[in-house]
Design a protein around this ligand. Structure first.
Ligand code: XMP
Length: 512
């Protein structure tokens, strides 16, 4: 296994992810804990991450000296390169020009790290992000690649199996980066690569058991991928010590609540409290038009209901949450500046700190696609795993203006028809998210020989990789006609259908 020593880079988890992708287990440890874990962990290889500091700064984070004498291969990345040089007797200085973004490196020597990927004499694109640079190599090292601004873009001491790069092989902007990391793991360290999501599951179950002991765990379940995976994983780990609470706010899609209850209670046999509080939510939302007010009301009520249910079962020692790695990075965003709140997000998993329970967050290291993979490993049905994201406040933010039970029913039917057609056309998995919106506008139409005066339904579908930016989906017109005809014929209350062709930005994916 590989030990990754973290010096505070924003992308350290990506290193772990690349190592996982190469089929090898790794763990990340903060630099100040590294010395402690070394002996126990017994790593086959070590990777030193990047970091925001300068190696020449006061109190610059250091790597434990003993890693350089253990006979273990080491890969230093960015700060890791500089640190390795400095701790082994080389020199690092502040660069006149900083180098950020795409750069090209020239390969000067073949080495095990580049084997089968890059060869001497070639030039390749990499991603750089550094202010300092190495100016003098420690003994035993040679330069294996240079760039305009980094004469030591890659260096190697093949005898000791020490390698270091100034660029970031872990990010996708270094197109061959994943193969370089795989080379370190397979060719330099010599690990086989037989670790899989199944092994992750086993390790996660062990970790949960150790953390929880005989304690009781409570978990909010929404039917979304993340909370579903957390619930099933915890259930495998600790069985009946887990209780899930499904706060059913009545703003779910057609049949969704029943599906959640059937799957988790009947199929998985999980202790599930299904709290039907539709009346409470719809009551408090009556006459509320402002999107932010809706979000705040729903978020607040959710916590109240969850709290009350937790008390009823006599409380719990732990709260399980489906926090993913991207949530972790976003919450420690290093821009630090005050950013404008576009929307107050309500997440079923994200309960506030005032609930004084320790957190169990078994997905903290994973990215969304890895969570899906883990879900498959746990036997969750594909329909749950591939389901489009659904916002915590549910249909409330897809009904601009005031919300009534009648409008919810109309929207549910239209949305269901739209999604049926998308699935029939084989487009569901190509689209990031698709849903119907019920506008608070009524327009005149004619059906049969009669005048109608009914609501407008807007259809939304977007492609995206992370929900941060999105493009509207380009349906063919035949498809849109089919959906429009079906909705108007089958859903009483709607007589006009429009398609939203706004991208994000400037629009957002949801309408509120
Ligand atoms: P926007 O509308 O901000 O949405 O472009 C980006 C993604 O986030 C989802 N979304 C939410 N998810 N709680 C959630 O769990 C929320 O309050 C929330 N608001 C938006 C949205 O569906 C899209 O996938």
């Amino acid at each position: 296994k590989i030990l990754i020593i973290d010096f505070g880079s924003q992308v350290t988890q990506l290193i772990a992810r690349r190592v996982r992708e190469s089929g090898v287990y790794s763990e990340i440890v903060p630099f100040n804990k590294a010395a402690e874990v070394l002996a126990d962990f017994n790593p086959a290889g070590i990777i030193l991450s990047g970091g925001p500091n300068s190696v020449n700064g006061i109190e610059a984070p250091q790597a434990p000296e003993e890693i350089f004498t253990m006979g273990v291969p080491i890969l230093g990345i960015c700060y890791g390169e500089q640190l390795m040089c400095q701790q082994l007797g080389g020199k690092v200085s502040l660069s006149e020009e900083k180098e950020f973004g795409r750069a090209f490196i020239d390969i000067k020597a073949d080495c095990a790290l580049f084997e089968g990927v890059w060869a001497k004499g070639e030039s390749h694109q990499v991603w750089m992000s550094h202010g300092d640079k190495v100016v003098e190599l420690p003994e035993g090292f040679i330069v294996t690649a240079t760039s305009g601004n980094a004469p030591y873009a890659a260096i190697a001491d093949e005898a000791r199996k020490f390698y270091a790069v100034q660029f970031h092989p872990e990010v996708v902007h270094t197109p061959d980066g994943a193969r370089i990391i795989a080379n370190f793991v397979h060719k330099v360290v010599g690990l086989k690569g037989d670790w899989t999501m199944a092994s992750f599951k086993e390790t996660a179950i062990d970790t949960i058991r150790k953390q929880v002991g005989s304690g009781r765990v409570i978990c909010g379940l929404s039917g979304g991928v993340d909370s579903s995976v957390v619930a099933v994983l915890l259930h495998e780990a600790i069985g009946d010590q887990l209780t899930c609470v499904f706060v059913d706010h009545g703003l779910m899609r057609l049949n969704e609540a029943e599906e959640v209850v059937t799957l988790f209670r009947d199929h998985y046999n999980i202790n599930l409290i299904h709290k039907d509080v539709a009346d409470l939510f719809l009551g408090k939302l009556e006459g509320v038009n402002d999107p932010e007010k809706k979000r705040k009301i729903i978020g607040g009520l959710f916590i109240d209901v969850f709290d009350a249910e937790a008390k009823k079962i006599g409380g719990a020692d732990f709260l399980a949450q489906g926090t993913l790695y991207p949530d972790v990075i976003e919450s420690v965003s290093f821009t630090g500046g005050p950013s404008v709140t576009i929307k107050s997000h309500h997440n079923v998993g994200g309960l506030p700190a005032r609930m004084k329970m320790d957190l169990v967050e078994p997905l903290r290291e994973l990215f969304k696609d890895e969570v899906r993979e883990l879900g498959r490993e746990l036997g969750l049905p594909e329909a749950f795993i591939r389901r489009h994201p659904f916002p915590g406040p549910g249909l409330a933010i897809r009904i601009p203006g005031d919300i009534t039970p009648e409008k919810c029913d109309i929207l549910r039917k239209a949305d269901d028809i739209y999604l049926q057609e998308i699935k029939l056309a084989g487009l569901y998995d190509t689209i990031w998210q698709a849903f119907a919106v019920l506008l608070p506008v009524r327009t005149v139409g004619v059906m049969g020989d009669a005048r109608t005066y009914d609501y407008v339904c807007a259809l939304r579908a977007v492609t995206s990789t992370d929900g941060m930016t999105a493009d509207y989906f380009h349906f063919d017109h035949e498809f849109l006609s089919r959906v429009s005809t079906r909705i108007i014929n089958e859903v009483r209350g709607i007589n006009r259908v429009v398609y939203d062709i706004t991208s994000k930005p400037p629009g957002t994916i949801e309408w509120e």
